[in-house]
Design a protein around this ligand. Sequence first.
Ligand code: N7H
Length: 516
Amino acid sequence: MSWVARKANIQGDIWPGLPKRCQTFLFFKIKKGDEFKTRLRSFVEAGGITSAQDALDMKKRILDAKTQATQQCRPTKIQSLPGVNIAFSSTGLGAMGKFVFDEAGVKKDRSLSKIFRNTQLRGGLFAKGMYSDLVGEGWDDPQELRKEYHPFGPKGQRQIDGVFLVTASREDDLAQKVNGIKEHFLKEPGYGDANTYRVSNDPVLEFPLVRQGRTRPDKGKEHFGFEDGISQPLLEGLDEVQIKEKDPKPTKSGLIFSKHDGDDMGQPDWAEDGSFLVFRDLQQLVPEFEKWLEDNKHKAPFAASSDNPKEKLAAYLMGRWRNGTPVDENPHDDKDPSLYRSNNFDFHPVDKHDKCPFAAHIRKMRPRGDLDHDHAVIIRRGIPYGGEVSPEEKAAQRSDDENERGLLFVCYQSDIRNGFNFLTTRWASNHYFPDRKSNFIDDHGPGIDAIVGQKLDHHPPRSIGLPDGKNPTEARLDLDRWVIHRGGEYFFSPSIKALKGYLTDASDYPPAFTTP
Ligand code: N7H
C-alpha cells in the first residue's frame, strides 16, 4: 500500500497524533455485538474516525494560523479541530465475534480452525488484558487500581471492551463530539433528532468508565513541571524530517504498525496499519515529589555544588531539565533556548555517566548509544488529568486525595511485549539496566527509573546512582514513589478499512468461543 493510501487508513492518534488540549476517554462495554457492529460501521462510513491524513491537515491549519497571527502581530485564535479514534480490548474483539479465547475448542472444528489461523490477532498479553498481566505478575497492586479496571462479578468478567478517544482544542467542541458518539450508540431507533433522541433502555453498549484529560495552563508541561512530548521515534516512510548528527535514526514503521516492515508478529491481513494501544492511568504525587527534591538537593554531589541544586537533581532524575534541555547536552544549566527541544545526544561515552545518570527516565526508556539496536520503541500520546496543586497542598507538602492529578498515559507499538511491557518491566523497574554498567556503580546497579519504575517484593529498595566524578560511582540516593499505577488496559487500534470491513462483518465464531 502506498504511504498516501496508508495515511487515509491509519487512525490519526497513532501517527501523527491528534491535536489536543482536552480529551475524553469513553471506555465502553459491548452489550449487543451485532447491533454494535451495525452502528459502528455507519459511524465510520459517515467519516466518524479521524485518520492520519485528517490529523496532518489539522496540524497544517494550526501552523498556518500561527504564522498568520505572528505576521499580523496578534494572538492565535484557537481553532475547532475535534477528533475521534477507537480501539478494542481482546474482550471487545470477542464480543464482535472476532477473537477466540477457547483455542482448544476451535481447533476441534476444521473450518473454525482455518478461520482462527487466518484472522486471530497475535499477542499473548493483549489476549490476557492488563489486569491479568500486571497484577498477575506482581507489578500492579490491586488495592491501588480503580475499580473499573478490575474484573467484575463471580466469573471475573473484564469490564472494558474498548475506548473512544475524543480530542479537541476547546471544551465545547469536545462536549459536542462526546454527545454525538453517545447519541449514535445509545439512542433508541426511530425517535427524534440530535436534540430529542431517546436513550435506549437496552443499549448496544454502556460506558463503565470515563476519564477526562486536559493540558495544563502551562501548556506542554506535565504535572511534575517537565516539558513532555519532545522525543518520539521517527518512522521510515512517514516522518520526512532533517535530523541532526546524534538524533536517534528513523526506525522501521513495523515497530509501531502491524504488518509493516519490521513487524515480525505474523498478524492477519486485516490488522495491517493497526497498532496496539496501551492505556495507563498514572497518578502523580506532585507536592511529595517537590518535597523530596528539596530534602535531597544537597545530597547529590554535583547537584549540591551547582547554582540550582533542586533543579539539577530534578534534571538528573529525568535526563532533561524541566524546560526540556537534555542533561547530556548541558549538565550545568538550562539557559540555552536552542536546546529546549533538542534530541541531538546519544549518551557517549557510554561507560560513563558524568553528565546524564544511567538510570535517568529518558536514558532508561530510550537508551540510544547504550544499546546498539533500537528495538523497544513506542509512540507516546498521553495527556495530563486533574487540577493544579492548591496552596493548601503546597503548604502541607502532601497531595489531597480529593484533588487527584496525573497522566493518562497512552502509547502505541506493534508488540506490547516488546514495547510498553518491556520498557516497564525489563528496563524501568530493573536496577541493573542499562546493563554492563554495574561495574561502574556499586552492586545495586544504575538504579530504578524514578518516575515509572515498579518494585517487586524481592527487589532491592528504590534507589538511583548519581554522577560524582568517581569510578566506580559512590553517590546513591534512596527514592520515594511519586507515581501510583491506578490501572489501565491493552487495546488494538485497527485501520479504518478494518473498521468498515472485516471487524463489522458477520461474526466468525459462535459466542461460546469468544468469551474468556
Ligand atoms: Fe516518560 N514526565 O512528563 O515527567 N517522559 N513519563 N514514560 N518517556 C519523557 O522526551 C513522564 C512513562 C518514555 O526518546 C519525558 O518527551 C511521566 C511511561 C519514553 O529520549 C518526560 C510519566 C513510559 C520517553 C516524561 C511518564 C514512558 C519518555 C521527556 C508518568 C513507558 C522518550 C520529554 C507519570 C512505559 C525518551 C520527552 C527519549 C520521555 C515524563 C511515564 C516512556 C518529561 C510524568 C509509563 C520512551
